[in-house]
Design a protein. Structure first.
Length: 158
């Protein structure tokens, strides 16, 4: 199970209590925000895309979507979502629990500027009922970030 990989990862870095699991679903940003009683933007959703036919993860605020123009300016191509049935194979976590921890070797992870609005955020932890609370500097440290990007827009925004 992917959550076991994430628990092991946090145990190995001396932070075993970081992974929190709930009875309720936290698979979507809205569900997670409801369970945690926080703003949707604090949920660090993990988007799985192909860039030049290679898997890439992008973390952005739960109230944001990818902006095709910004994405193309950053990566040189439009985002191509990894098909739901293939995410676990490429990333190491299934949709609903896709997270930036204990991912498959060689998958770069980018942090979107939309996360910098908050002191701390909540990424998933490997299944559809778990999260990890991290300050932004901890997020950078624990996920081996490939860097910061600006590739998002507010949901429903132009």
């Amino acid at each position: 199970m992917a959550i076991d990989k994430v628990r092991k990862y946090f145990a190995e870095i001396g932070e075993p209590e970081r992974v929190v699991e709930f009875e309720e679903l936290t698979a979507t940003s809205e569900q997670a925000a409801h369970v945690l009683g926080c703003e949707v933007g604090r949920i660090a959703k993990t988007i799985s895309v192909f860039v030049d036919k290679k898997p890439v993860l992008i973390l952005l605020g739960g109230d944001m979507n990818l902006d095709n123009k910004k994405f193309k300016a950053q990566f040189g191509s439009r985002p191509h979502m990894i098909p739901v049935a293939e995410v676990e194979n490429y990333i190491g976590h299934a949709v609903g629990g896709t997270c930036p921890f204990a991912v498959n070797e060689g998958v770069p992870i980018y942090l979107d500027e939309s996360l910098k609005r908050y002191e701390y955020v909540y990424p998933a932890a490997g299944n559809d009922r778990s999260v990890v609370k991290l300050a932004i500097n901890e997020l950078e440290k624990y996920i081996k970030s490939a860097g910061w990007v600006d590739v998002s827009k507010i949901k429903g925004g132009a």
